[in-house]
Design a protein. Structure first.
Length: 389
């Protein structure tokens, strides 16, 4: 017969083993690990600006300069009218589909028409007492590059060219346009309005965000009272680029040697606006040809990048008791950016967050259901290393 103390000892040892096993079983970590497998793609690299006989070049993507040369200021010529358009739509705004307020041609406005005519400036015909809508006045400014109508709009809206100068100067400062000087007129006929290709590319991007101005600069022809049918001075407007996009504006400019031939042009892809400023071409044809060539090149290189596809595996949940479970995207994200832009991605419990230069795009994610805690049997097997994980 066994001695009682041996039985008691065996029971004690067995109990200690059981307790140890139970403690280990129920103190096992039960973390669910979120693992990102998604790789952030590379954004396209664009080549250098094409060679050409231009004093300055600049390209912006949504108003952000991505390429530029020579940042010295020079006379803007009629590209200054973009600034006027922004000032008018800020001071005297109206909705797309409307024509705005009515402007009456006073003796002062008529005399300005005569003055520009005698000084070989671009004009649109007006007559004393004529009434013209704000919309038609803007069309005259942008299609026919009307100097007299530019000054007329500025004086009508702000009371004088001096007041316009102060207003426009403050406006561009608020827009963080830093290398542009507003001169003594609103038309750009005077050499006193100066800017850079980079500033003008930014200004064009802001202009195209206004629905009315975007429509106006995109018109090839339009009929206004008295002056009749006007034709846009931008000869490449509407041309189709390699991406299938069309050139949507913006403004020509020329006042002789001080400016050379300037052209600010643009196209749009996936609701993103690319603007190109070429300043100081030797001829008008060089200005059009150079801009078209540059836009063709840009439209082939600045293309949408698919960051994540619908139903793409972007990561997985991992546990020691039931392995890996795939996390998939519920939709697609496409961005427009270029190399050196800040493209980042982050995976959370419910979504994939894509950030491009601080702008966020969010895709919901989904995963098949799985147990969030192990069974007793799985705990038991795990502490003896008998599971297959």
């Amino acid at each position: 017969m066994k001695k009682p103390y041996l039985i008691i000892g065996a029971v004690g040892i067995f109990s200690a083993i059981v307790i140890t096993i139970l403690v280990k079983m129920f103190t096992l970590p039960t973390n669910i690990t979120l693992i990102k497998t998604f790789k952030t793609p590379d954004l396209p690299e664009i080549s250098e600006l094409l060679p050409g006989d231009f004093r300055q070049k600049a390209v912006s993507l949504d108003g952000r300069i991505i390429q530029g040369t020579n940042k010295s200021s020079q006379p803007t010529a009629s590209t200054a009218k973009m600034i006027l358009g922004l000032a008018i739509m800020r001071e005297k705004p109206f909705e797309l589909g409307s024509t705005g307020e009515t402007i009456t041609i006073t003796p002062d406005f008529f005399n300005r028409y005569l003055w520009y005519q005698t000084h070989n400036g671009s004009t649109t015909k007006v007559v004393l007492g004529e009434e013209i809508s704000e919309y038609d006045a803007l069309v005259s400014v942008f299609l026919a590059s009307s100097n007299n109508m530019a000054d007329t709009l500025a004086i009508w809206a702000f009371g004088s060219l001096e007041n316009y100068q102060k207003y426009a100067t403050k406006m561009i400062q608020e827009m963080e346009i830093t290398n542009t000087t507003i001169g003594i007129d609103a038309s750009g006929y005077s050499e006193t309005t100066t800017s850079t290709a980079e500033d003008l590319a930014k200004i064009a991007a802001k202009l195209l965000k206004n629905p009315v101005l975007k429509e106006v600069v995109g018109l090839k022809t339009h009929t206004v009272p008295v002056a009749g049918e006007l034709t846009n001075t931008n000869k490449i407007l509407g041309d189709t680029l390699s991406s299938g996009s069309q050139i949507i504006g913006v403004k020509t400019g020329y006042i002789g040697n001080p400016s050379g031939y300037n052209l600010i042009s643009a196209y749009e892809i996936d609701n993103h606006i690319i603007t190109l400023a070429l300043l100081g071409a030797d001829t008008r044809e060089d200005s059009f040809t150079g801009s078209k060539d540059e836009l063709m090149r840009l439209s082939a290189e600045i293309i949408p990048t698919t960051v994540v596809n619908r139903d793409e595996i972007v990561g997985y949940y991992e546990t020691w008791w039931n392995g890996k479970h795939e996390i998939r995207s519920d939709s697609e994200i496409t961005v427009v950016g270029v190399k050196d832009d800040q493209l980042e991605t982050d995976l959370t419990d419910t979504e994939l967050i894509v950030s491009l230069n601080g702008e966020e795009y969010i895709v919901k994610t989904s995963c098949e259901p799985f147990r969030t805690s192990p069974t007793i049997w799985e705990r038991f097997l795990y502490i003896f290393g008998w599971n297959n994980l």
